[in-house]
Design a protein around this ligand. Structure first.
Ligand SMILES: C[S@@+](CC[C@H](N)C(=O)[O-])C[C@H]1O[C@@H](n2cnc3c(N)ncnc32)[C@H](O)[C@@H]1O
Length: 290
């Protein structure tokens, strides 16, 4: 077994259906799951019949397990499907609707019998990525996880987003997130203030990546470096230890290099590589180029 799934169990998670919980302490960087996807469809050219046909290719036992997964087809997905197949959702055969509903609720690059049982948090403790050398999706602990704690991933892209933006995207999965950052409590609101700041800083940094800035005065690079450092510090203090933290370190390294500060550029790069290492593992094929 090339993962550490003995450290987790599948269990009811209050208000979320099934979830994955740690049965023992899990150190940061542990590859908890390495799992091949069930359907193996090319997502770039994906069409509705591809999903149905991929399901048909499964063995009888795989089909049974697939159909036991959580099902949720949001309105937007139903409407898009109707348009594509030129048929009302209710007219689509019941089994096909179920196959599609399971696919859209569980697809993170692909559908996984174990990985797809992981629930969402806006401050996740696990990062998932496709490792093309292993031909498997890997799920790594991005901080130490205590025994009994729920294992979580982030369903949406981007930690540096406001509650409204996050909840909007999560509608696809049909639930309202109540994680510590989303909960309407004094602590939750405080955490949310930091997300709003991160969102604004992200927008500010985007200004610095345009052509004029790239060839602009040194003063702008100093400002950009300050913003990148602030983003990284906020992400770290808020427990946002995902691959996006490595991007912030990457930015800081880039601006330090532009300013001719080689030792700081190296330091930020080392920090970046540490994050990449615990998020995807050293056998990640693109690791060297990260
Ligand atoms: C990929 S499945 C996760 C596993 C699922 N809980 C199950 O029972 O199989 C996604 C579904 O889990 C539930 N879910 C995931 N994260 C949640 C959260 N933070 N709060 C409430 N429900 C959540 C939602 O119903 C969502 O559509």
């Amino acid at each position: 077994m090339d993962d550490a799934r003995h450290l987790i169990e599948q269990k009811e998670s209050q208000g979320k259906g099934l979830g994955i919980l740690a049965v023992q302490n899990i150190p940061c960087g542990t590859r908890i799951i390495a799992e091949a996807g069930l359907l193996r469809i090319n997502r770039d050219t994906l069409k509705v019949p591809d999903i149905i046909n991929a399901f048909k290719r499964l063995s009888p036992s795989q089909k049974k397990l697939y159909l036991e997964l959580h099902e949720y087809a949001c309105d937007a997905f139903r409407r898009a499907t109707e348009q594509e197949v030129n048929q009302d959702w209710e007219e689509i055969p019941k089994l096909h609707r179920r196959v599609l509903g399971v696919w859209v609720a569980n697809c993170f690059d692909d559908v996984f019998l174990l990985g797809s049982r992981i629930n969402h948090s806006c401050t996740p403790n696990v990062h998932f990525a496709y490792n093309s050398a292993l031909e498997k999706e890997t799920f790594h602990a991005i901080r130490d996880i205590r025994a009994g704690e729920e294992v979580t991933i982030m369903y949406i892209n981007g930690t540096n987003r406001t509650r409204g933006q996050r909840q909007d995207e999560l509608k696809k999965w049909g639930f309202q997130c109540n994680c510590p950052t989303c909960e309407d409590t004094p602590q939750g609101r405080k955490k949310e203030e930091k997300r709003v700041e991160l969102f604004k800083l992200d927008q500010e940094l985007a200004k610095y990546t345009c052509f004029h800035f790239e060839h602009g005065p040194e003063d702008s690079w100093k400002k950009a470096l300050k913003v990148a450092q602030r983003i990284a510090a906020l992400q770290k203090s808020e427990g946002l230890l995902d691959i996006e933290l490595s991007n912030s370190y990457h930015d800081a390294a880039r601006y330090s290099a532009k300013l001719g500060d080689v030792s700081m550029a190296l330091l930020w790069t080392e920090k970046k590589l540490e994050v990449v290492r615990y998020c995807v593992g050293v056998d990640y094929p693109d690791w060297q180029s990260e």
